[in-house]
Design a protein around this ligand. Structure first.
Ligand SMILES: N[C@@H](CCC(=O)N[C@@H](CS)C(=O)NCC(=O)O)C(=O)O
Length: 237
């Protein structure tokens, strides 16, 4: 059994998509990041960066003590290696998947996060920051569109690279982007959206948190956007 410490955000969806695709048995442990549950000592013990998602595999390959993993990219690689699914075994195919997985982790995810922050959450609307990140996300959609022009999925066959990027395209409207401008991304997006495992992952998220994607209260803002080193140090002390 795999414990998944999860909240209903794009990085969380990556992992539930993988688990639903493969049918690996898992149990969800919701970590409500708007309430500050990411600072609980037990959670920080497996996710020292106070971010979801994280997992504990009680039945790791080769046996032995449970394995814990944080960072959604590392988790997808772990799960792909454990199951032998959604990542090719040969060096060439694996390298294709890994570079697009890292592209998502280092580009599409962080830039979309900042774009969302400055356009949706920031109280003070700063045109420079809003334009900077909306344009950067627009550039990244363009990169993805070019990549998908001559292949069905990001790295050939459907893989963890697609599972990593898809949840970050779901909120394209909030990101100030139009899918019509990116026809190859649109075709890829619709193909993944229609997969039963993906539908199940998102339906589950809605059950856990009907307010998916929303941050409403001043308290939630303070918890999420007022963090410094002291927030983590106070929690682990
Ligand atoms: N690079 C990390 C990013 C994880 C991340 O940013 N998680 C957000 C939700 S999508 C979170 O836990 N935020 C809690 C906080 O900001 O305190 C990953 O991919 O796992």
């Amino acid at each position: 059994m795999i414990d998944v410490h999860y909240w209903t955000t794009p990085n969380g969806h990556k992992i539930t998509i993988f688990l639903e695709e493969t049918g690996l048995p898992y149990k969800l442990f919701p970590v409500n990041i708007g309430k500050g549950e990411q600072f609980k000592r037990e959670f920080l013990a497996i996710s020292p960066n106070n971010r979801i998602p994280a997992l504990v595999d009680h039945d790791p390959p080769g046996g032995g003590a449970p394995i814990t993993v944080f960072e959604s990219g590392a988790m997808l690689v772990y799960l792909a290696e454990k199951t032998g699914k959604y990542m090719p075994g040969d060096l060439r195919g694996r390298t294709e998947v890994m570079q697009w997985l890292f592209w998502q982790m280092g580009n599409l995810g962080p830039m979309s996060g900042q774009n969302n922050h400055f356009s949706q959450y920031a109280v003070e609307k700063l045109p420079y920051a809003i334009d900077r990140y909306r344009n950067e996300v627009n550039r990244l959609y363009g990169v993805l569109n070019c990549r998908l022009a001559d292949r069905e999925f990001v790295a050939g066959a459907y893989s963890i690279a697609d599972m990593a990027s898809y949840p970050w395209i779901v909120p394209y409207e909030r990101q100030g982007q139009k899918l019509e401008d990116f026809p190859h991304v649109k075709r890829w997006f619709e193909a993944i959206r229609g997969r039963p495992a993906v539908e199940r992952a998102y339906a589950m998220a809605k059950e856990i948190n009907p307010n998916v994607g929303g941050i409403r209260t001043a308290e939630e803002r303070a918890i999420l956007f007022g963090q410094t080193a002291a927030s983590v140090e106070a929690a682990v002390r």
